[in-house]
Design a protein around this ligand. Structure first.
Ligand code: SF4
Ligand code: SF4
Length: 163
């Protein structure tokens, strides 16, 4: 039987445009209801996908780093905040401060995160499908290209939420 990750690899490109249109149409739904409904699907999908077999986000999407992340991670690394900023961060096209390497420099060969307990808030919250799904509608279609879980959550929503 194919894994959800294999199914994602085979279908993600074909669904990209449809997903973009679908999430746009989800904007008309009540955000709170949508978040609650999606959180249940999130839990079911993540029962079948182990992030250790994937690490697509760590390999493909540099996380946004906020001020608290900077201080926490710099402390963990034993360097100053300015050293951390100069050596590890950059500004992206949206003017956000992000990690300057992709795959992430903290990703280990076994797909684990070497700073897991201190990882950025954005990494903890990714892929934004269990809380605040409705506030992140602009990102889910793009995320479905990197994240098999997001892809399958959108597939389940397409089957159950009228747009
Ligand atoms: S900090 Fe850790 S969780 Fe975040 S992208 Fe890097 S390896 Fe992944
Ligand atoms: S891309 Fe999605 S499924 Fe893959 S490791 Fe990140 S959160 Fe987990």
């Amino acid at each position: 039987m194919k894994s959800l990750i294999d199914i994602w690899k085979e279908n993600k490109d074909a669904q990209k445009k449809k997903n973009t249109k679908f999430v746009r149409k989800l904007k008309k739904h009540n955000g709170k209801h949508l978040d609650k409904f999606t959180a249940k699907i999130h839990d079911k999908v993540f029962e079948k996908i182990d992030c250790i077999n994937c690490a697509g986000c760590c390999k493909g999407i540099p996380p946004i780093i906020n001020k608290n992340d900077c201080s926490r991670i710099a402390k963990k690394l034993g360097i100053s905040v300015s050293e951390f900023q100069n050596n590890y961060l950059t500004i992206d096209e949206d003017n956000d401060t992000v990690m300057n390497t992709s795959p992430c420099v903290f990703l280990l060969e076994n797909n684990k995160c070497s700073i897991y307990e201190f990882r950025p808030k954005a990494c903890k919250e990714y892929p934004h499908t269990n809380i605040n799904f409705s506030k992140n509608l602009n990102y889910h279609a793009t995320n479905s290209m990197y994240c098999p879980a997001t892809f399958h959550i959108l597939e389940a929503l397409k089957k159950s939420v009228p747009v």
